[in-house]
Design a protein around this ligand. Structure first.
Ligand SMILES: *Cc1c(COP(=O)(O)O)cnc(C)c1O
Length: 487
């Protein structure tokens, strides 16, 4: 039974209550620094901090920590953002002192070990994905996309083709693709249609690709979880028009050790180390989105070994988010190419197994065999008005993290499922039977689903209101005359 009263620590605190922490147990000398802060900036009264007894304090934070649903506590079939289990040994290794205390300005001789790791990791990624170099700088997938598009801009400027102002994305693309193109200053983002198989419509692509096209961004397998079987033809169309073909590599969990984007005709790509290579993500990061390029684009990326190259695109200081990179490196080293391939095989097998179990429970809009994820659709007119959102909320009551919903945009009432390779048959069977139970409930007691979740400390939220009018601070602070807080 979760013990949650919804009160903040500030509401619970009472003056004079104390918890005891001996200050000098872990004695390290703290140097007092003299600073002259002008009087007008000094606080006039004590800071308003809550006071609590030690047991209350422990209770408060332990209870809060137990409200969380996480990849360690519940099945998490998210979809789109591969959310796989994060092996704890990677955390242990990356938090060792010899990694924690590294500094980019250390003597080069002391960085040899790190350089070995980055070099080794880069060459593993190159051979695994079919590219000639990687930069580890970008801090997320979207950051990698931006890096790649800046590279594309420079490349065409150098070629004297600055009139290329268009980026093409499929209508199933992740929202970051068009957003990155706009952020990078491309004037036009053009969308190509998907056909009835859920793959890119080649005729539409032919018509839209021309001498103004700088880059075509493709996710393969795409966000429906379907492999673009015509990828070579797509590359042909793109290259015939002098444009670059970019691979959004967020879905590499389906392809590790099986197929290489570099062999499919892609000129550059990003990886999401925090998806495919099991570094934790969520809550805003940190992440890592290395960008791999073919030889002819190599001069545009910043590699870790060199001092600034004239043409190189630098998007972050030094090596990027090093601890994330090290966790991913541990993962790759621990599994080796053979087991990485096996994990992709299992990820696809698990997704296909669930797809078969669920294809007659809800609607399966695209019938091609899926890769590591698949998309279902809920039809409210057959289910007393019960929508995907209601199903997602009801899953929480049953101990399952809701999958990604209402994405990709080309599927109505979409529900996107990605079990990942670590799940057992029992977990998958249990999930399938929960989904079947929810469908029956939608037919017999729809109101129960519309009221879900009912076992959580906070019931159904008004998500639109929460997004439009976020209250990010306990409201009494706003009216408080207490010093020390600004909003
Ligand atoms: C997650 C994802 C991205 C963005 O990556 P971030 O690391 O979240 O910035 C881009 N494209 C696809 C298909 C994704 O799933």
């Amino acid at each position: 039974m979760k013990n949650y009263d919804g009160k903040t620590i500030f509401e619970k605190g009472r003056p004079g209550r104390r918890a005891f922490f001996p200050e000098d147990l872990n004695k390290r000398e703290i140097r007092q620094i003299e600073v002259n802060i002008p009087n007008k900036y000094l606080r006039k009264s004590d800071m308003f901090l809550p006071s609590m007894s030690e047991r209350e304090l422990a209770e408060h934070f332990i209870n809060l920590s137990q409200l969380n649903m996480s990849v360690d506590t519940n099945f998490y079939p998210l979809g789109s953002c591969t959310m796989k289990y994060n092996p704890k040994i990677n955390e242990k290794i990356s938090s060792q002192e010899f990694f924690r205390n590294l500094h980019p300005y250390m003597d080069k001789r002391d960085l040899k070990g790190l350089m070995y790791i980055l070099n080794d990791f880069e060459s593993m990624l190159c051979s695994m994905f079919g590219f000639d170099a990687f930069t580890f700088q970008p801090a997320a997938g979207a950051h990698g996309e931006l890096t790649a598009l800046i590279i594309a801009k420079k490349y065409f400027k150098d070629k004297g083709e600055s009139e290329r102002d268009t980026v093409i994305v499929p209508d199933s693309s992740h929202g970051t693709n068009p957003a990155s193109a706009f952020m990078c200053g491309f004037e036009r983002v053009v969308s190509v249609k998907s056909n009835e198989k859920g793959e890119i419509d080649l005729i539409d692509l032919e018509q839209k690709c021309n001498s103004r096209t700088a880059c075509v961004m493709i996710t393969n397998p795409n966000t429906l979880g379907i492999f673009e079987t015509k990828i070579k033809e797509i590359a042909g169309i793109v290259h015939k028009n002098g444009a670059l073909l970019y691979c959004d590599g967020a879905n590499m969990n389906a392809l590790m050790g099986i197929a290489r984007p570099g062999d499919m005709g892609f000129d550059f790509m990003h990886l999401n180390l925090h998806k495919t290579f099991s570094s934790p993500h969520g809550g805003g990061g940190p992440g890592s989105g290395p960008v791999g390029v073919k030889k002819f684009l190599k001069k545009y990326i910043t590699e870790f070994l060199e001092t600034q190259k004239e043409n190189a695109v630098s998007v972050k200081a030094f090596w990027g988010n090093l601890s994330v990179i090290i966790k991913a490196y541990c993962y790759v080293k621990m599994l080796g190419f053979g087991e990485l391939k096996n994990s992709s095989v299992l990820a696809v097998l698990n997704a296909r197994y669930l797809m078969e179990k669920l294809r007659n429970v809800f609607v399966l809009p695209y019938k091609s065999p899926c890769m590591h994820e698949f998309v279902l659709s809920v039809n409210p007119s057959e289910l007393n008005g019960v929508r995907t959102l209601d199903i997602a909320k009801a899953l929480i009551d049953r101990g399952v993290h809701p999958p990604t919903v209402y994405f990709p945009l080309i599927v109505k009432e979409a529900i996107m499922i990605e079990p990942t390779e670590t799940e057992t048959k029992e977990t998958l069977d249990n999930f399938a039977s929960i989904m079947a139970e929810l469908k029956n409930m939608a037919k017999e007691q729809p109101q129960k689903l519309k009221d879900a979740p009912c076992k959580t400390p906070v019931k159904r939220l008004d998500e639109v209101y929460a997004a439009r009018k976020p209250v990010l601070c306990w409201k009494d602070f706003l009216n408080s005359d207490k010093q020390g807080f600004s909003v």
